[in-house]
Design a protein around this ligand. Structure first.
Ligand SMILES: *[C@@H]1O[C@H](CO)[C@@H](O)[C@H](O)[C@H]1NC(C)=O
Ligand SMILES: *[C@@H]1O[C@H](CO)[C@@H](O)[C@H](O)[C@H]1NC(C)=O
Ligand SMILES: *[C@@H]1O[C@H](CO)[C@@H](O)[C@H](O)[C@H]1NC(C)=O
Length: 587
């Protein structure tokens, strides 16, 4: 109100203001052609317009390209700023939205009669309102959508609008178009089996390339220590920490960990882990339940890295949101905001996450936002690893618009993530068939991998055979790989065999955490964002062992024979290959 009064008195100001940020016309800001597959509009349910909703309006940051360049420089061996990680204050100073951005969005909200509150870092604005008022603010209509698999309903919209003059000030408004995929964000466990499936034919101490022959058919901590050559390294307690991410109400169990250590590392002390709840997450100890993902992750990080402190971050939130509550209860942003607010002393130097989604089921604006925040962790000196997924080139290989396409996994496709594929066997170690990999449709190929990936694309038959099914200019994944099949894990008190790239990411992260331990003990900086180092120093010195056989499989018959072959150099199944700690330690 008072703005328009002011404008009557100062017509010149009106012209100035409307030139800078005209509040009309509205233009579509984000639109989906249809609900993501697995979701259907429920036409016989109407949305109660009085339902409260909390809109989060993310403001466009400044200097994003400059920040990304600084991140790559500090992560590139040989660059003069290599290892010069930043404090969060420095990062915030670079990225903080310009005052005029904040002012423009706030004046729009005020002109529409909304009160708002700015987040503590001034990078997003929360508006607590009702669905009815949000509909008029965003010139949209919220509808009820049902998930065909779970039967759950959510309130979302397929498109919304913002005044054209603000399009360059806003980068994301949620909850609007973020659905979460059919099974929501998924744990990347593929299969759990009873150990009785193993033929116990390896009673003798047969060795294959220095590794117990039994590791051919199932994996224990000792297999990984021998295979990746860290058996003789004794980590010492230092400032170094290893973080394990837990979502979807998965809680790591002390009791299962202690049974696991007792059986597989008889000399280990009864070590345990810390648990940090985020956004109402829990640290429940309930040993009789099947917390397979959480137990797998923590048992393999603790067993390899002990006595390095391990922290289990338990973040609540699970898309899709239950019933008609429209509010996004989306875990990645909550988790990242929590992590970026940690002090340098509290921050783990290595973090592993075994969850992912089909890339096309997350809105691109949201994927970019999450990826940028992962980049900030890298700039703080943190190595962020995600499993690549368990569907080879894609699960059903159908794109959002119904075309036959390979389906990449997010966040594995974020260029600031180190994405971990899966292998199996020890002599030779081969690609495991479920290991996801391919090319992003959201993120362009970063320079650090262009030479490795270009040489794959120009020399391999698969690159031509499948050329209609993938985006050759996209960020290629995975970056590296580790064992992913039949890991012994204690779940609910019993030894089980668990398969999936869910196993590969903690296995690789544990090796990185040992390298960080050694570096920090020698007074060096932690490795931070790994990829520029992996694609240069680490492969040139054979700290990464190339995996050259095995093929991925996927697409459930919709693209006959679909799968990528592992090959010499980078490939979309095993990335650059698996770690050799004895070399990586000394680089
Ligand atoms: C190991 O420690 C955990 C948690 O402190 C405890 O619950 C468990 O009983 C201990 N196990 C053994 C074998 O001492
Ligand atoms: C950030 O950390 C400070 C100090 O630890 C705490 O007081 C504050 O509530 C945190 N803010 C958020 C948004 O987590
Ligand atoms: C291919 O990837 C680029 C980013 O590298 C993107 O801009 C483009 O839209 C993608 N194409 C398709 C069909 O998804």
């Amino acid at each position: 109100m008072h703005i328009s009064k002011l404008l009557l008195i100062f017509p010149a100001f009106l012209i100035g203001l409307s030139d800078a940020h005209p509040l009309t016309p509205y233009r579509t800001f984000e639109a989906l052609p249809s609900a993501p597959r697995g979701w259907e509009e429920v036409s016989d349910k109407t949305v109660d317009l009085a339902t409260p909703i909390k809109l989060r309006i993310h403001l466009v940051q400044q200097n994003v390209p400059q920040f990304e360049k600084a991140l790559l420089d500090m992560s590139t061996p040989g660059h003069s700023s290599y290892g010069n990680h930043m404090s969060q204050d420095q990062i915030d100073d670079i990225l903080r939205p310009h005052e005029s951005t904040t002012a423009a969005v706030k004046s729009w909200l005020e002109s529409q009669g909304f009160s708002d509150s700015l987040s503590f870092k001034n990078d997003w604005i929360v508006v607590s309102t009702t669905i009815g008022k949000a509909e008029s603010l965003l010139q949209t209509k919220y509808k009820v959508f049902r998930n065909s698999e779970t039967g759950k309903n959510v309130v979302r919209t397929l498109s919304y609008s913002v005044p054209q003059g603000l399009h360059s000030s806003v980068d994301l408004i949620q909850p609007t178009t973020l659905f979460g995929s059919t099974s929501a964000m998924k744990s990347t466990i593929l299969k759990v089996e009873d150990p009785s499936v193993l033929k116990s034919s390896f009673a003798s101490k047969v060795k294959l390339g220095g590794v117990d022959a039994a590791c051919q058919s199932s994996i224990t901590p000792e297999c990984l220590a021998n295979l990746y050559k860290y058996k003789d390294y004794k980590p010492v307690l230092s400032k170094n920490k290893l973080g394990v991410n837990g979502f979807l109400e998965q809680y790591a169990q002390n009791d299962d960990l202690s049974k696991f250590l007792k059986k597989y590392i008889p000399n280990a002390k009864n070590v345990t882990f810390a648990c940090t709840p985020i956004n109402g997450g829990k640290c429940t100890q309930h040993p009789s339940e099947d917390f397979t993902e959480a137990n797998l992750d923590i048992q393999y990080t603790v067993s390899a890295s002990n006595p390095i402190p391990n922290i289990y971050y338990s973040t609540a939130g699970r898309p899709p949101v239950i019933d008609l509550d429209p509010n996004t209860n989306e875990p990645y942003l909550e988790w990242l905001e929590y992590m970026l607010n940690l002090s340098d002393e509290e921050m783990p130097q290595t973090i592993t996450t075994s969850y992912g989604d089909n890339e096309h089921t997350v809105p691109q604006s949201y994927a970019i936002k999450v990826c940028n925040m992962i980049g900030q962790l890298g700039a703080r000196g943190v190595s962020v690893l995600f499993s690549s997924g368990d569907s080879g080139p894609g699960d059903d290989c159908t794109s959002k618009d119904g075309k036959k396409r390979f389906v990449p996994t997010f966040p594995a496709t974020c260029p600031f993530v180190t994405s971990v594929g899966g292998t199996v066997g020890v002599e030779p170690e081969k690609a495991v068939s479920f290991s996801s990999g391919g090319f992003s449709n959201y993120f362009a190929r970063p320079d650090y991998q262009s030479s490795a990936v270009d040489s794959y694309l120009s020399s391999q038959a698969d690159a031509t055979t499948y050329k209609n099914y993938y985006n050759a200019s996209g960020r290629a994944f995975p970056d590296i790989s580790a064992q992913g099949s039949r890991f012994h894990v204690f779940v609910g008190g019993y030894d089980q065999l668990v398969s999936g790239t869910s196993a590969s990411s903690p296995a690789f992260a544990a090796v990185i955490s040992l390298v960080n331990n050694d570096r920090i003990c020698k007074g060096k900086k932690p490795l931070g964002f790994l990829n520029p180092w992996l694609y240069t120093t680490a492969i040139q010195s054979k700290g990464i062992v190339d995996i050259t056989s095995g093929t991925s499989r996927g697409c459930s018959g919709s693209i006959p024979g679909a799968g990528w072959k592992a090959t010499t150099g980078w490939d979309p199944v095993t990335g650059l290959g698996t770690p050799d700690f004895s070399v990586l330690k000394d680089l």
